[in-house]
Ligand binder design. Sequence first.
Ligand SMILES: Cc1cc2nc3c(=O)[nH]c(=O)nc-3n(C[C@H](O)[C@H](O)[C@H](O)COP(=O)(O)OP(=O)(O)OC[C@H]3O[C@@H](n4cnc5c(N)ncnc54)[C@H](O)[C@@H]3O)c2cc1C
Length: 442
Amino acid sequence: MMDPRSNGQKIRVAICGGGIGGLCLAVSLSKHSNVDVQLYEAAGQFKEIGAGVMIWFRTWKILEKMGLADEFSKIAHAPPTGMTGKPKHLSEPELALTIEDLICHRKCIRFHRAQFLDVFVNNLPTGVAHFGKRLSTYTYETSSISEHDKLIKLHFADGTSSICDVLVGADGIKSCIRTQMYERAARLKHDSGLLGYIHPIWTGTMAYRGLIDVNVIPKGKDGTLHRAIRDPIMYCGKSKHVVSYSIAQGDIVNVVTFASDPKKHGQPYAGEWVVECPKEELLSCYAKWEPEVEQLLQCIEKPTKWAIHHLQPLPFYHAERVVLMGDAAHAMAPHQGAGAGQAIEDAFILAGLLKEATLDDIPAVLDAHERVRLPMANSILTGSYEAGTMYEFDSKYGDDYETLGPALQHLWDWIARTTLEEELESALELASIGKPPNSAKT
Ligand SMILES: Cc1cc2nc3c(=O)[nH]c(=O)nc-3n(C[C@H](O)[C@H](O)[C@H](O)COP(=O)(O)OP(=O)(O)OC[C@H]3O[C@@H](n4cnc5c(N)ncnc54)[C@H](O)[C@@H]3O)c2cc1C
């Protein structure tokens, strides 16, 4: 039955969560005349932690398409480049190993997170964002127009509510929307196994993060700049690795270090996921690593410590007009620098599908989005965890560079396997947007 509101009525899209994913989608949808987009953020303002974020060239193409390339270029560092390593010291087992040629030479672009988020914030029209709106639950209401049409009612922690046609869960790794969607599906499908997808899993890895002003990093004896200032670099050792790259047009070096116990993958993690930690703890974790690593870590004044969690690959991303995106759908370990990029890809495909859609198209739109995005994002989720075990010589390849190198390269194939244009095209084809009812929708 044709929904009368399809006739010229806007699709009301509510996005819960104003991180990179939710904001990117809100900016994209705010340009669509057939969509009324509202963004609800639990916090009192948009915010990102002080750290770096890197994106790959395929994500950059989306930002270009959004007309934001100039603004992002101004805050980018550096021009698209690749990660590099230095020759290994296999003869010195007490030292951390550094490696050459294991990491892909694909193009990545680095940013300060707060600056990155600000570009989206600055491009969001006024009136779209609502702060202090923590979603508690959503319910389904029957519309006064059609008995068959379900409206979604959002209930916020401050006692207010709102109505929408499509709810987007962009509420991060601990998503309350994922919880409700999977609890409801488990009930309706009599499948208690679905409850197992709700809670994130600890990867067994702890990360330490810090930002360093380039001017405080000591120069080498011959006056050379520290390697971390010159190139993005990864130092690898048994069950540990250290990544650094410069951001903020070269003014700041972003450092993130990882220490893993693979046996603890999947075990419960007690305590806060993110805490401040004493500098001594960071230094002792990497004691006896190469002097240039120690030099770098010595410069981090206030490190933070993160328990790295990820999701099990979800079997579905949408149900009954509610769709998950970003970390709510596929939170992944950061070992391929891909979580934010994948959130942006979700936004690109969803916004592209909604551009020409009417209310009648919503089920097909969400199906097509899932069919294109789920296999890709879930496989990067799995690959990101595997990549971490490879960098730390804990995978089946151990430290056999002959096999480790190609295996690692293979994990990065997704960056160039498809283009976003091709993916949007196949999503539009799957959704058959604009075609007569029942012509191709499945
Ligand atoms: C150490 C580390 C390094 C990383 N490095 C990279 C990198 O280099 N490149 C990369 O691509 N990715 C990286 N990532 C991953 C990336 O940070 C995330 O994938 C990305 O930020 C997720 O964005 P999001 O918008 O989905 O979620 P989030 O950024 O978590 O945003 C969720 C938003 O929802 C809000 N919210 C939560 N609950 C509610 C509610 N009930 N109602 C309303 N609002 C709510 C929150 O306040 C928040 O603003 C890294 C992650 C880590 C941990």
